[in-house]
Design a protein around this ligand. Structure first.
Ligand SMILES: CC(C)(COP(=O)(O)OP(=O)(O)OC[C@H]1O[C@@H](n2cnc3c(N)ncnc32)[C@H](O)[C@@H]1OP(=O)(O)O)[C@@H](O)C(=O)NCCC(=O)NCCS
Length: 204
């Protein structure tokens, strides 16, 4: 993983941007994460101001430690935060990260997260040294599944009772995109450093 000490600002189409999350984003984050429709098909626990502060602090700490993490998705001038996108977990040793995203409900269905996720993936593969990005999607989360499929992720299987979601265990689908998948290459993922094919990869 590269030496990155803060989330890099990445310009997006339509005057939007990925940019660092900041303590001043608390009200905006709390706004959409308190919307039951936004967290209904996720494993988010009850969302409190303390949880929102922890999300922002964890993102800053992970970027500061050189680990890829979450960005804020801002639109307009002055900047209005409408979502987050980025990597919730990562392994430098194994060059993978887990993609995560959430968007304020009034902004759904307008393509904002698609653009943000493409930029995060391009950065992860081309700058962040990733070989694999995966995502866990609760089985009833159709909008997330549609987004991942549009991005070129492949379904790899169903993980039974993976996460406890507000009182019940839920199955999650595992999706992944690899650096040398055509969809990642089309994003500008770049060639794998020093890799000559994948002799250890089993083809299904
Ligand atoms: C998952 C989530 C971010 C997807 O948001 P979204 O608005 O559907 O995603 P996008 O911003 O990429 O928009 C794509 C949709 O906008 C439509 N669209 C409209 N204008 C568009 C444009 N200019 N470009 C691209 N898509 C556009 C697309 O047709 C697509 O519609 P569809 O989903 O009905 O097929 C959102 O539903 C969300 O925040 N959910 C709650 C949190 C969550 O579940 N997070 C994921 C946990 S794994």
């Amino acid at each position: 993983m590269p030496e990155v000490r803060a989330a890099p600002v990445i310009p997006l189409p339509r005057g939007a941007r990925l940019r660092p999350l900041a303590p001043a984003d608390r009200a905006a984050l709390l706004g959409w994460l308190s919307d039951p429709e936004v967290t209904a098909r996720t494993s988010y626990p009850e969302v409190t101001p303390a949880l929102v502060d922890a999300i922002t602090a964890r993102a800053a700490a992970r970027w500061a430690a050189g680990e890829p993490s979450k960005w804020g998705l801002g639109i307009g001038d002055p900047d209005v935060l409408i979502g987050t996108c980025g990597f919730s977990e990562a392994s430098a040793a194994h060059r993978w990260a887990e993609l995560t995203f959430d968007l304020a409900r009034p902004r759904w269905g307008q393509g904002w997260m698609g653009a943000a996720a493409r930029a995060a993936l391009r950065w992860g593969f081309a700058e962040g040294g990733l070989e694999r990005v995966h995502a866990h999607v609760r089985v009833d989360n159709a909008p997330s599944r549609r987004l991942l499929e549009r991005l070129g992720f492949r379904w790899e299987g169903r993980l039974r009772s993976l996460r406890w979601c507000r009182g019940a265990p839920w199955d999650f689908d595992l999706y992944a995109l690899l650096r040398d998948d055509p969809a990642a290459q089309a994003l500008g993922a770049g060639a794998a450093p020093g890799a000559a094919g994948h002799p250890a990869r089993g083809e299904p």
